[in-house]
Write a protein that binds this ligand. Structure first.
Ligand code: NDP
Length: 254
C-alpha cells in the first residue's frame, strides 16, 4: 500500500475507534483507578502501567518523526516541541507524582492504551514531518496561533487539576482514600483534568490543521468524556453533600 494511503487509512481507523470507544463506554466504565474491579485479568504496578502505556508517545513518536522528509524544518520542530511538552510530562513525570489508590492496573488496560498510543503516535508523527505542509509562515497563521493558545490553556488546566488531585491524598492515608476536590475549576466541574485534556488536543488539531490531529481530539473526547460522567456519578453517590451546582465536564452545561 502506498504510504499516503496507509496514513489516511490508519487515521480513519482511529476515527472509527473513537466512535467504538464512546459507544462501548456507555455500557462499561473503564476499569482503572476508582472504577478498577476484578474480572479484567492480571494487573501490574500502577506507576509502571502509566509509563508503559504512554511510552510509545515518545519512544515511537520521535524516531518516526525523525524519519520524515521535513523533520528538521522549523514548523514541524515547533509542533514536535508542543507534542513532547505534553508527553514527556505524562510519561515520565505524572506517573511518579501520583499517589495511586490501587496498587495495580489491569494489563488489559495497559496493553490497549499502549496499542492505541502506537497508532496515534504513528499518524501524528507522520503528519508533522512527512505529510503536513508547514512553511515558516504557518507560525503567524491564525489557525496556528489560536490552536497554540488553546493547547497551552488546556495544558495549564490539565496540570493544575492533576496537581489538585495529587494533594488530596497524603502518604499516611489508607489505600483508596478519596476526598472532594475544591478550588478553581473544581468549583464548576468534577473533572477539569479531562476538560483540560480535551481543550489541549482540540488546540493541537487546530494548530496542525490536520485529520490525524482531529482524530486524536475526537478519541480523547470519546475516552475521557464518559469517564468524567462516571466520576461525577460516583462522587454524587459517595459524598451525599457533593456540591449540587457542580457539573461533570463542561461548566453550567454537562
Ligand atoms: P483520574 O481523575 O481518574 O485520577 C487521577 C489521579 O488522581 C489518580 O491517581 C487518582 O487516584 C487520583 N484521584 C482522582 N480523584 C481523586 C479524589 N477525589 N481523591 C483522591 N485522589 C483522587 O484520572 P485518570 O487516571 O483517568 O487520568 C490521569 C490523566 O491522564 C488525566 O490528566 C487525563 O486527562 C489523562 N488521560 C488522557 C487520556 C486521553 O485519551 N488523552 C485518557 C486517560 C487519561 P485513583 O487512580 O486511585 O483513582
Amino acid at each position: 500500500m502506498d504510504a499516503a494511503l496507509l496514513h489516511r487509512t490508519l487515521t480513519w481507523i482511529e476515527i472509527g475507534l473513537a466512535v467504538v470507544t464512546v459507544i462501548a463506554l456507555r455500557f462499561i466504565v473503564a476499569p482503572y483507578g476508582r472504577h478498577g474491579r476484578a474480572g479484567f485479568g492480571p494487573g501490574i504496578n500502577t506507576r509502571a502501567a502509566w509509563v508503559l502505556m504512554e511510552l510509545p508517545t515518545v519512544a515511537l513518536f520521535v524516531p518516526i518523526y525523525l524519519a520524515g522528509a521535513q523533520a528538521t524544518e522549523l514548523v514541524p520542530l515547533v509542533l514536535l516541541a508542543f507534542w513532547l511538552s505534553h508527553y514527556l510530562y505524562r510519561t515520565f513525570y505524572f506517573p511518579f507524582r501520583i499517589r495511586p489508590g490501587s496498587p495495580k492496573t489491569a494489563l488489559l488496560i495497559v496493553a490497549s492504551g499502549a496499542l492505541f498510543n502506537c497508532l496515534n503516535a504513528f499518524i501524528n508523527a507522520r503528519q508533522l514531518s512527512e505529510f503536513g505542509v508547514y512553511p515558516p509562515e504557518w507560525l503567524t497563521d491564525p489557525r496556528f496561533l489560536s490552536g497554540a493558545a488553546l493547547f497551552v490553556l488546556g495544558s495549564l488546566i490539565n496540570r493544575d487539576a492533576d496537581r489538585t488531585l495529587r494533594a488530596l491524598r497524603t502518604p499516611e492515608d489508607p489505600k483508596g482514600t478519596y476526598r472532594v476536590p475544591h478550588g478553581r475549576l473544581y468549583e464548576y466541574v468534577s473533572c477539569p483534568n479531562f476538560l483540560g485534556e480535551i481543550i489541549e488536543w482540540f488546540g493541537f488539531s487546530v494548530m496542525t490543521w490536520s485529520l490525524p490531529g482531529f482524530a486524536f481530539f475526537l478519541y480523547t473526547a470519546a475516552n475521557v468524556g464518559p469517564r468524567a460522567l462516571a466520576h461525577h456519578a460516583w462522587y454524587r453517590e459517595k459524598f451525599p453533600d457533593y456540591p449540587k451546582q457542580r457539573r461533570a465536564l463542561i461548566p453550567f452545561l454537562l
